[in-house]
Design a protein. Structure first.
Length: 259
């Protein structure tokens, strides 16, 4: 019997479909988002050895990890934001798993971000992308390719000055267009969170979080290798840990890419 899955297995075996890892390494050096001091901070990741083939466990190696849910390459569930707190199936353990798999639409704004680290994606950028690549389908993961993941130095990744962090993101009108008019599954970014560095001062504050999660949409932060994806045609697999009542989780994000 033939099916798209038997074809996929064959294509994976022969390399006609590649698996691209969109995930950053996760460790104590992983940058964590900074908030004004009046708010509780998320700690850096710590990792302690339980045993490593030693007197604590002669034949086995394992670690204890301690980290915030929103550390490194991670998933944002709708319950993460107050706008999404009363939605059904809004946590990492209750979101239906079919939502974790979907087509990628990759919007390349590397040139714009090169000129302006505070670049915001606006509806006109989305409409220009659609004129070239077709309408963003319902259920898409919209991935914002900014080149930001090439900033491997944590200071350059956060890119803060006296005004706070400077990194690209979404204008509120773009988030509304994607969430409400395109019915996307969510957005993914290369930066530390799905809002721009300066978004704490926007109206509403952190508009992408407020709008996306208020509409039940998902988020992916600190992605990499988006330059290995075509504008359309890739499939993203982004399944968070099934943390009970979780607001998000670190995860491994994969993309299936033809060719
Ligand atoms: Mn987050």
């Amino acid at each position: 019997m033939s099916s798209s899955l038997t074809q996929l297995i064959d294509d994976l075996a022969t390399g006609r479909v590649r698996v691209v890892d969109l995930t950053q390494p996760l460790g104590p050096e992983t940058p964590v988002i900074g908030l004004p001091e009046i708010f509780a901070p998320s700690p850096p990741m710590t990792i302690e050895t339980i045993s490593r083939y030693d007197e604590r466990g002669p034949a086995w190696y394992w670690n204890t990890i301690h980290l915030g849910e929103h550390t490194g390459t991670h998933f944002d569930a709708p319950v993460h934001w107050v706008s999404g707190r009363d939605l059904p199936d809004n946590t990492t353990d209750t979101l239906p798993p079919h939502r974790f798999v979907g087509p990628a639409c990759v919007i390349d704004v590397e040139a714009e971000v090169e000129r302006d680290p505070d670049f915001l994606l606006r509806p006109e950028h989305i409409e220009a992308w659609e004129a070239e690549h077709g309408r963003i389908p319902a259920g898409a993961w919209v991935l914002l390719r900014t080149g930001w993941s090439r900033r491997t130095d944590p200071t350059a990744f956060i890119n803060a000055d006296d005004d706070g962090p400077h990194s690209p993101g979404f204008h509120a009108d773009a988030s509304r267009l994607l969430a409400l008019e395109r019915d996307v599954t969510g957005v993914g970014v290369e930066t530390i969170g799905t809002d721009a560095g300066q978004a704490g001062g926007f109206d509403p504050p952190f508009p992408n979080h407020a709008i996306m999660h208020g509409a039940g949409k998902l988020g992916l932060a600190s992605l990499c290798n988006l330059d290995q994806l075509p504008p359309t045609g890739a499939v993203v697999i982004a399944a968070p840990l099934k943390i009970v009542d979780g607001s998000g989780s670190p995860l491994r994000v994969l993309a299936l890419v033809a060719g």
